[in-house]
Design a protein around this ligand. Structure first.
Ligand SMILES: [Zn+2]
Ligand SMILES: [Zn+2]
Length: 122
């Protein structure tokens, strides 16, 4: 925290954060200030995934680089959309199933968004 200007910089990428930013809008990291045991960790919470809540709002899941604790922070309007997309696309860029099956799976979903039928016998 710079007391003269009131600004603080991201501990991960150096981006100038605003007072109201709960996490860095540029790299989506934040400082792990307090753990569940209420001691100060000081590690960097790095974004690992996105989570869409039932009400449609997005949260960024973070994991501490130091203690490994998981945290969630609500998506903010200033968040870097490219970084959000990168997070959302990461599992798709490295899918845990063979890519050749994607066409088949899309057909099973029938364009209606249904995910039933995957385990049905043909
Ligand atoms: Zn940052
Ligand atoms: Zn930590």
């Amino acid at each position: 925290m710079d007391l003269e200007t009131g600004t603080r910089r991201c501990f991960s990428c150096g981006f100038e954060m605003a007072e109201e930013d709960a996490h860095c809008p540029n790299c989506l990291c934040s400082l792990h200030e307090e753990t569940q045991e209420e001691w100060e960790c000081g590690g960097i919470l790095q974004p690992i995934s996105l989570w869409v809540k039932d009400d449609g709002s997005w949260e960024i899941l973070q994991k501490c680089s130091l203690c490994g604790e998981l945290a969630a922070t609500p998506r903010a309007p200033r968040d870097n959309p490219l970084k959000l997309l990168q997070l959302a696309a990461r599992p798709l860029a490295d899918p845990p199933f063979p890519l050749e099956r994607i066409g088949e799976m899309t057909r099973l979903m029938g364009g209606s968004g249904s995910t039933e039928g995957y385990y049905d016998e043909p």
